[in-house]
Design a protein around this ligand. Structure first.
Ligand SMILES: Cc1cc2nc3c(=O)[nH]c(=O)nc-3n(C[C@H](O)[C@H](O)[C@H](O)COP(=O)(O)OP(=O)(O)OC[C@H]3O[C@@H](n4cnc5c(N)ncnc54)[C@H](O)[C@@H]3O)c2cc1C
Length: 389
C-alpha cells in the first residue's frame, strides 16, 4: 500500500494550488494529488467564467481575491518568463435599483476600506462613462477601475499543473471511492480501481462533488452541484470598454475577444442540486430571461442570438454561499477547501496558500481564513456573502 503524508482529492485549480503551495512553502513530505478526470472536461475550473473581482460584501473574500490579484501581477516571477493567462483588467460593473442601493453602497464602503479600486457612481455618470448602457431603473453602480477582470482558466490551471510536474508531487489518475477513518482521524483513501493509499492528511478539493467526498469520511458538508449555463453570442457592435456588467436581475455579460459571454439567469425558485452527470445547457433561459434583460440594458443587444452554450456546476454551499476552509473540528486531519459557490477560481491560489500553511505551520500566516472555518457549519451559523453572481 502506498503511503503519503498528504492526499489531495481533486486535482483542478484548488487541489493543484494546495500541492503547489505546499512545495513552495518548503514541505518535504510526500504528496498525492488524485484526479478522476485529468482532462478536466467537467470541472468547474474549466467551465467557469474565469473572472476576478474585488466586489464582495465581506472583507475576507476581498482579501482572498487580492492575494490572487497579486499573483497575477507577478505571474512571470512565479511561473517563468513565458507565463501568460491573458488577464484583461476590464473591471466589473454591478448595478443596483433604488431598493438595492443601500446594500451596494455598504458593500462599496467595505471594498474601499480594504483598498479596492472601485467607484460608486450615479446613473448619469455611468451613462457618460459607458454610452452604450441604458440606466433605466438604475439608482447606482459600482465599477472596478482596476484589479478586476477576466483571464484564461485553462492557462492558469496549466501553469500550476506544469509546475507540479517538477515538484515531486505524485499526480494520480483515479477516482476516490472511499475514505477510511479511525475515530477522530482519517487514515487513507481507496480508489475505485481498488488501489489504497494511507494518508497523514486528506484535503477535500473535490469542487461540486465535495459534499460526497466529505460523506465518505462520515462528515457532513452542505456543498452540492448546481447547474449554471453560460451562453456565447455575437453582436455587430464591439464595446471594447465593456466591463463584466451585472444587471440587478443577476444577469451578467462580458466581452470575450470578438464575442460576448452571458449567464446568471437561473431563478432562485426551483434551484436545487444538479444531477452530477447533467451538463446540458438550459437554452430556455436565453430566450426567456437573458435576451430581454440584455436588450433593455444595452439597447444595441436587441438583435443578438446565442451561437453556443455550455453548462457547468457551481460548488454550491447551501448554508451561506461561501467557502468552507480548514480542518474539521473533530477530525483534524481532514481539511476542507470547498463550497466557493461561483467564486472559487479567483480564490483558489489564496486558499491553496492558506491550506498549505495550515499543514506546514499548523496556523494561517499570510491570509487568515478562520472566518471560513467548519465550526460555523457545525453550528448552522451562516457567514453570508451577498454578492453571489
Ligand atoms: C458557470 C460557472 C461560472 C463560474 N465563474 C467563475 C468566475 O467567474 N470566477 C470565479 O472565481 N469562479 C467562478 N466559478 C466557480 C469556480 O469555477 C469554482 O469555484 C472553482 O473552479 C472550484 O475549483 P475546484 O478545484 O474546487 O473544483 P473543480 O474545478 O470542480 O475541481 C474538482 C476536481 O475534483 C475532481 N474530483 C471530484 N471528486 C473526485 C473523486 N472522488 N476522486 C478524484 N477526483 C475527484 C473532479 O474531477 C474535478 O476535476 C464558476 C463556476 C461555474 C460552473
Amino acid at each position: 500500500m502506498a503511503s503519503y503524508d498528504v492526499v489531495i482529492v481533486g486535482g483542478a485549480i484548488v487541489g493543484s494550488a494546495v500541492a503547489y503551495h505546499l512545495r513552495q512553502g518548503g514541505f518535504g513530505g510526500t504528496i498525492a494529488l488524485i484526479e478522476r478526470d485529468p482532462s478536466f472536461a467537467h470541472s468547474a475550473t474549466t467551465l467557469s467564467m474565469a473572472s476576478i473581482r474585488q466586489q464582495f460584501s465581506i472583507r475576507e473574500n476581498i482579501h482572498l481575491s487580492q492575494y490572487t490579484l497579486g499573483l497575477f501581477r507577478r505571474l512571470r516571477e512565479e511561473f517563468g518568463a513565458e507565463a501568460d493567462i491573458g488577464f484583461r483588467e476590464g473591471g466589473y460593473l454591478i448595478l443596483a435599483t433604488e431598493d438595492g442601493l443601500p446594500v451596494l453602497s455598504a458593500n462599496h464602503r467595505t471594498q474601499v476600506a480594504e483598498g479596492a479600486d472601485v467607484v460608486l457612481e450615479a446613473p448619469e455618470a455611468l451613462e457618460r462613462r459607458f454610452p452604450w448602457l441604458s440606466v433605466e431603473g438604475i439608482a447606482g453602480g459600482v465599477y472596478g477601475v482596476s484589479g478586476e477582470g477576466w483571464f484564461d482558466a485553462h492557462a492558469l490551471l496549466g501553469l500550476f499543473r506544469k509546475a507540479l510536474k517538477t515538484m515531486n508531487v505524485d499526480l494520480i489518475a483515479g477516482s476516490v471511492g472511499a475514505i477510511s477513518r479511525d475515530g477522530t482521524r482519517v487514515t487513507g483513501v481507496t480508489l475505485d480501481d481498488g488501489r489504497a493509499l494511507t494518508a497523514g492528511v486528506v484535503v477535500n478539493a473535490a469542487g461540486p462533488n465535495a459534499g460526497k467526498v466529505a460523506a465518505m469520511a462520515g462528515l457532513a458538508l452542505p456543498v452540492e452541484p448546481r447547474k449554471r449555463t453560460v451562453f456565447v453570442f455575437e453582436a455587430r457592435e464591439r464595446y471594447v470598454d465593456m466591463p463584466l456588467l451585472v444587471d440587478p436581475t443577476g444577469v451578467y455579460v462580458r466581452p470575450e475577444g470578438s464575442v460576448y459571454l452571458t449567464g446568471g439567469a437561473e431563478p432562485d425558485e426551483g434551484d436545487g442540486p444538479a444531477d452530477p452527470a447533467d451538463f446540458e445547457p438550459r437554452w430556455d433561459l436565453f430566450e426567456e430571461v437573458i435576451w430581454p434583460t440584455l436588450a433593455m440594458r444595452v439597447p444595441a443587444f436587441e438583435a443578438i442570438k446565442a451561437t453556443r452554450a455550455w453548462a457547468g456546476h457551481y460548488d454550491y454551499n447551501t448554508l451561506d454561499q461561501n467557502a468552507v476552509i480548514g480542518p474539521h473540528p473533530e477530525v483534524a486531519n481532514f481539511l476542507f477547501a470547498n463550497g466557493f459557490s461561483g467564486h472559487g477560481l479567483q480564490q483558489a491560489p489564496a486558499v491553496g496558500k492558506a491550506i498549505a500553511e495550515l499543514i506546514v505551520h499548523g496556523a494561517y500566516r499570510t491570509i487568515d481564513c478562520s472566518a471560513f472555518g467548519y465550526e460555523r457549519v457545525a453550528e448552522g451559523r451562516a457567514f453570508r456573502e451577498l454578492n453571489v453572481i
